[in-house]
Design a protein around this ligand. Structure first.
Ligand code: C2E
Ligand code: CA
Ligand code: CA
Length: 424
């Protein structure tokens, strides 16, 4: 009985089938919903191929079907490597452990980890909200490799509500200008003056107040809406620039943040080209910051995008260098004009004590030197940090020590001064 209710690959229920059959459980007490997701499944596919990936999914389906085998258990594969189970809450934890034990024996060269998010729905609770919550619990341990299962709690619900709010109100926030762009000065060490500025998005919401980019950006990335923000912010930068240009005021190059997803989700280069043409902005006045990525799958599209941008005359900067797992590989595989050293290097950095941090920063810096790439350190907060980073040879610095993000016009009023740029 294949059809929209049965998954072709594994024979388990589909999402639709699961929702339909879960109606039989209405009014029942003592249920648990479990959302399973396989760690690094994308990487597994890249390494071993899709065929082997499909086999693993089938094997997992079999394991789950063997362990959650009572008539009362409902099993589904929702998409990719997302499996969902409705079961008896009394046996849920023990069964999850058993699944994990089986899994360890499945593949010789790789350790597979199936993360599990658990939620206990109340009687008659909508099944969709139940599995959303189980998924939230599952997502919450994505980066925590020391645990493999997690129970939903109320804090996660608040997070879910905020995520929903962000997604629902995004367009409204654009239209009503609740989302804005501020600029943080970047200082060239050799002149001691501001040479550029980084554009950073801000969301001031009438209902929720200030929403941090640390909250709305990961949500927009997760739900693949990030390009909307990036296009909006990029256009705003072009307009701000144009306004100063039309008034005959001084100008500096501005860097914008792009998500690597922008290269998949839209024709980001065409969007940028259209905006700079309308606003009469030379390409050398816009820099593109992109955060390093560890996902091989995205590499080709991203690499083509980076090379195209550079060939057109844009500088492309690598953001947050040192924050991910594969910074060195990324440096090897892509060509950047500048690398921005992640702020974490400097967090709590005491010039007189942190020898290790010094070794790491200075050896990475020499590597950048050898590759002929400019080096920028972010998050400079104290005069001591500035002095140290200057002494080891950074080209540019950025941080609260020089200025927090502010309006573009305010940058030009700072006492430190701005380098003159001769723009056409
Ligand atoms: P980022 O690109 O690494 O930006 C630097 C962040 O560090 C900014 O936070 C900035 O306000 C903060 N910062 C700068 N100097 C200091 C300092 O001295 N000390 C400390 N503690 N923090 C400092 P913000 O604006 O909250 O942005 C957070 C992240 O959100 C950004 O990190 C960037 O990844 C992302 N983001 C912001 N705007 C956009 C955007 O328009 N598009 C995309 N895709 N991402 C954006
Ligand atoms: Ca940045
Ligand atoms: Ca950064």
């Amino acid at each position: 009985m294949l059809g929209r209710n049965r998954d072709r690959l594994t024979g388990l229920l589909t999402r639709e089938g699961f929702i339909e059959l879960s109606r039989n459980f209405a009014g029942r007490e003592g249920l648990a919903v479990v959302w399973f997701n396989l760690d690094n499944f994308k990487m597994f596919n890249n390494r071993f191929g899709f065929e082997r990936g499909d086999e693993i999914l089938k094997e997992i389906a079999l394991i789950l079907a063997n362990i959650f085998s009572s008539d009362d258990d409902l099993l589904a594969r929702f998409s990719d490597d997302n499996f969902v189970i409705l079961t008896d809450w009394l046996k849920v934890e023990m069964n999850i452990d058993t699944v994990q034990e089986y899994l360890y024996t499945l593949h010789e060269n790789v350790t597979l980890r199936l993360r599990a998010g658990i939620y206990f729905p109340s009687e008659n609770e909508d099944i969709r909200s139940a599995f959303d919550r189980a998924k939230l619990a599952c997502d919450s341990i994505r980066k925590n490799h020391s645990v493999s299962s997690c129970m939903f709690h109320d804090g996660m619900s608040k997070e879910l509500a905020l995520q929903q709010y962000i997604l629902d109100k995004l367009d409204y926030a654009f239209t009503n200008k609740f989302i804005n762009v501020l600029y943080q000065p970047i200082v060239r060490v050799s002149t001691g003056k501001i040479c550029e500025a980084e554009a950073l998005a801000r969301w001031n919401d009438p209902e929720l107040g200030f929403i941090s980019p640390g909250e709305f950006i990961p949500t927009l990335e997760q739900y693949r809406e990030i390009h909307k923000l990036d296009i909006y912010a990029m256009k705003k930068v072009c307009e701000d620039y144009h306004t100063r240009q039309a008034r005959g005021l001084a100008l500096i190059p501005v860097s914008i943040n792009l998500s690597r997803l922008d290269f998949e989700l839209c024709d980001i280069i065409r969007e940028i080209e259209a905006a700079i043409t309308i606003n009469n902005i030379p390409r050398e006045m816009l820099r593109i910051e992109i955060t390093e990525t560890i996902n091989d799958e995205e590499m080709t599209v991203l690499n083509l995008g980076i090379e195209k941008l550079r060939a057109m005359g844009y500088q492309v900067w690598m953001d947050d260098f040192g924050s991910g797992y594969s910074s060195l590989n990324v440096l090897k595989d892509y060509n950047f004009d500048t690398i921005k050293f992640d702020m974490k290097f400097l967090r709590g950095f005491d010039v007189n004590k942190s020898d290790k941090v010094k070794y790491i920063i200075s050896s990475n810096l020499s590597m950048a030197r050898l590759m002929g790439v400019q080096a920028l350190a972010e998050g400079v907060e104290t005069a001591e940090q500035l002095e140290y980073l200057r002494s080891i040879g950074f080209d540019k610095l950025q941080g609260y020590y020089f200025g927090k993000p502010m309006k573009l016009d305010e940058i030009f009023a700072l006492s430190i001064g701005v380098e003159e740029v001769h723009s056409s």
